[in-house]
Design a binder for this molecule. Structure first.
Ligand SMILES: [Zn+2]
Length: 330
């Protein structure tokens, strides 16, 4: 069985081989021995006004579609039917992990960082994708953390406790910081088992402790850089936030973990996941913002929605179907 480290090396070799072929620099003498690329693109670029956004996949995860982890509010039949109706397996949920880099020509703002080595082998690719897209970690000027779960902050520090983005100002909502750094965070409304709660807490505290001096705590309404404003979206965690990204009369709302799966929480926004710190608040926030986005025909981006994660939210009865945006070639 491969160790995680050797798997990472394998990922790197595949990615570098693919980059060489894409750049047309593979020498003919090597052509016979180079390996065909396996898998699809992990980098997707699009614009919002004058901003260039690059979605850099950290990978994906497959999870059993089991209650009560997922949708305990539903009957098992309704949960399975929702998946079957969407032509998906009824026993498995696939989630993407979509960190995003925003380049406005002056600032490089990174939104979440993936899971680092914590959820390998199907995740942990973000740093390689960043470099394949032409950026180095020390070029990043700002890092925004939507919330302190390990699939979002796992890429912030190295194994030996150093900041990965050494030149960056880091941002997080002040309520998120206060929750995870308090002596006894209130998990009383969360359905997770104690071991998982402890694991989440330990890694959040280790990361915040390491980066305490580089984090600036922000509130709803704060402008991170010109055109990018923090919006409260609490419930999944106490300080979970969205970002409104506006440039030249165009807007995109990054909803992060407002919803995790492209079917179940859109089919019924009251269906929750055990990772919600306050599931009732998470459901209420989701319903309120879905209604707003559907009414305004907002363009949105989700961290766990199928890569590239960009689309719109429609309305159909009590549900809000996810409508992914067509893949653009430029
Ligand atoms: Zn997440």
């Amino acid at each position: 069985m491969n160790t995680p480290f050797s798997r990472r090396d394998a990922f790197g070799m595949i990615a570098l081989a693919a980059a060489s072929v894409a750049a047309g620099i593979t020498k003919s003498a090597n052509a016979q021995t180079s390996q065909p690329r396996k898998g699809n693109s992990d980098i997707y670029q699009f614009s919002v006004g004058d901003f260039q956004l690059t979605v850099l996949s950290d990978g994906y995860g497959n999870f059993p579609a089991q209650q009560p982890m997922w949708a305990p509010e539903a009957t098992t039949h309704d949960l399975q039917q929702a998946l079957t109706d969407a032509f998906l397996p009824s026993d498995q949920l696939t989630l993407s992990f979509n960190p995003v880099l925003i380049d406005n020509g002056k600032d490089l703002l990174l939104c979440d960082t993936g899971s680092g080595k914590l959820l390998e082998p199907t995740t942990g690719k973000f740093l390689q994708q960043l470099q394949l897209a032409g950026y180095q970690p020390d070029q990043i000027t700002s890092v925004f953390l939507s919330h302190a779960h390990l699939d979002h902050l796992g890429g912030l520090i190295t194994d030996d406790g150093k900041p990965v983005f050494s030149s960056a100002q880091h941002f997080v909502h002040d309520r998120e910081w206060d929750f995870w750094t308090s002596k006894k965070p209130d998990f009383s409304k969360q359905r997770l088992d104690d071991k998982t709660k402890t694991d989440l807490l330990e890694f959040a505290q280790k990361t915040f402790g390491t980066l305490e001096k580089t984090f600036k705590r922000v509130a709803a309404g704060t402008s991170l850089i010109d055109g990018i404003v923090v919006q409260a979206a609490a419930g999944h965690t106490p300080g979970h936030t969205a970002l409104r990204i506006q440039s030249d009369k165009q807007e995109l709302v990054h909803i992060f973990d407002l919803a995790h799966h492209p079917v179940i929480m859109f089919r019924n926004p009251s269906w929750t996941v055990a990772f919600d710190t306050d599931e009732a608040l998470a459901a209420a926030t989701r319903k309120k913002l879905f209604e707003e986005f559907a009414t305004n025909r907002s363009r949105v981006l989700g961290y766990h929605l199928p890569f590239h994660g960009v689309g719109h939210i429609a309305k159909d009865g009590a549900g809000y179907p996810w409508v992914p945006e067509a893949w653009q070639q430029t």
